[in-house]
Design a protein around this ligand. Structure first.
Ligand SMILES: [Zn+2]
Length: 485
């Protein structure tokens, strides 16, 4: 029987606030272990949490960008369970009354736009981190770092609307781009700033009821999600094809060895004994605040992408690459305004991104070296055929290492380019009239006489014209039929 997969994602996004969710400890990646801690995030008796309003602001930005409904009153609850890296033995999260509900994330899969419905977005605190060096023969101790305990997270839960691993990748890529554009998270999966659990089930193709699901925990790279989900779909399909039943379970995926391991089977759901946190008041979000946050949202990545496609006549692929970060899209727009947009897009996607990659430069550093106006000027000169492609490439190479506008760079390197097409056209006409013999030979198929004609135009220009431009102009003029045509 043919089965189709049904996938739901639970994504945890670490918010880039200055301080933790319920205390004043700094949120900092890479500090010495257990240096960013205090009685609140260590769960010492008598310490009281106080909500960080910046985390609420960031969650609202995300919720409103995704079109969620915002609850006027939401509630923080205690989720009780024991885990060594969670000193309070409960996690403060939102349960039955989350901050945001509904909404959807647009993403593009194989060039086809789709939207993925969301269930909810809520705020919660992160746990600390356990290290098990004894597994690598380091020493016979596990260690715990509480620097991450209490760092603010949003958890974003999708409806079971994803069908393929590729859709998971598109979803996470779109989410990462969004949180970066909103400035609420760096979304760096390597630093654990974006983590994901995936719920996977199979059902007969076309059936409405959902099959038994399993949950893959703590996937920490987009590739890991795609590979883990692929492996789990294959595992479930093998079992179903062999007439076996799926057992509800929590799985771990080892991306390095492409292996799934069953962590625990769930006979019934965990009882976390949720109850409202008595140390925290309910979270009230007035309509006026919702309206204010909505107004301050930047242009959303998918809106900008659509605008680049229609406004600059760019292919969808180009628009997607350029909208990866707002800074790159800003740079493109500053370069492309009033210039040939496709030319600008090609150069930025190939040349600029290549240099950034080779030199490990940020776009900021690049823009300080080559301001957008300078590149705009270069492309305008290419567009007007004042600079032929090879010369423009050379100028671009100088730009990467030197200051100075295009004319200065040409001067500094002793390149004299005379010659917009308009300036050279009369010279081309003269040469065609003065040399009917070679023109006739060229028209009769002797291509090499073109070189002689180019030389004549170069002579008339005092050697300042660019041969490639002259050659193109001559070819075009002769194609129209030679002298007198
Ligand atoms: Zn603290």
């Amino acid at each position: 029987m043919a089965h189709e997969a049904v996938i739901g994602l639970e994504c945890h996004v670490q918010l880039r606030t200055n301080t933790k969710m319920f205390c004043a400890c700094p949120v900092r990646f890479g500090s010495e272990p257990n240096t960013n801690v205090c009685p609140v995030c260590l769960g010492l008796p008598g310490a009281l949490p106080r909500l960080n309003d910046a985390a609420v602001e960031y969650a609202l930005r995300l919720g409103l960008a995704l079109g969620c409904r915002v609850r006027e009153v939401s509630v923080f609850a205690r989720k009780n369970y024991f885990y060594p890296d969670m000193p309070k033995n409960y996690q403060i999260t939102q349960y039955d009354l989350p901050l945001c509900e509904g909404g959807e994330l647009p993403a593009v899969i194989d060039g086809v736009p789709r939207t993925f419905a969301l269930t909810r977005i809520h705020l919660e605190e992160d746990a600390g981190k356990s290290f098990h060096p004894e597994r690598h023969g380091d020493r016979s101790l596990s260690r715990v770092d509480f620097n991450r305990a209490g760092v603010p997270l949003v958890e974003l839960v999708t409806e079971p609307v994803l069908r393929t691993p590729a859709e998971c990748t598109a979803f996470l890529t779109a989410l990462r781009r969004l949180v970066r554009a909103l400035g609420i998270s760096d979304g760096d999966m390597e630093k654990g700033q974006l983590r994901c659990d995936a719920n996977v089930s199979l059902r007969p193709a076309g059936a409405a009821a959902l099959g038994t699901k399993t949950e893959i925990k703590n996937l920490n790279s987009i590739k890991g999600v795609e590979k883990g989900v692929t492996a789990e779909i294959a595992r479930q399909r093998r079992l179903l094809d062999g007439g076996e039943a799926i057992v509800q379970a929590t799985l771990l995926y080892d991306a390095d060895h492409d292996k799934l391991a069953i962590m625990r089977t769930k006979e019934h759901a965990h009882d976390y004994r949720y109850f409202p946190d008595p140390d925290l008041p309910v979270l009230r979000v007035e309509q006026a605040r919702v309206a204010r946050v909505r107004e301050t949202l930047p242009e959303l990545p998918w809106v900008r992408e659509a605008r680049l496609i229609t406004g600059y006549a760019l292919p969808a692929y180009d628009a997607a690459v350029l909208c990866e970060t707002p800074a790159l899209a800003d740079y493109f727009e500053a370069v492309a305004r009033g210039a040939d947009a496709k030319l600008a897009s090609n150069w930025i996607m190939t040349e600029v991104l290549r240099v950034l990659n080779e030199r490990a430069w940020t776009l900021e550093r690049w823009a300080a070296r080559v301001p957008a106006e300078r590149l705009h000027d270069l492309f305008a000169r290419v567009g007007s055929r004042e600079l032929p492609g090879p010369v423009a490439k050379q100028v671009f190479a100088w730009m990467c290492d030197e200051d100075g506008a295009v004319p200065e760079l040409l001067e500094r390197h002793g390149v004299r380019v005379q010659g917009s097409s308009d300036e050279l056209a009369p010279l081309v006409e003269q040469v065609i009239h003065e040399h009917p013999g070679p023109v006739a030979q060229y028209l009769a198929g002797e291509a090499k006489t073109l070189g002689f004609l180019v030389g004549q135009v170069m002579k008339k220009s005092g050697g300042q014209a660019v041969p490639q431009v002259v050659q193109e102009l001559l070819r075009a003029a002769l194609a129209k039929g030679g002298p007198g045509a």
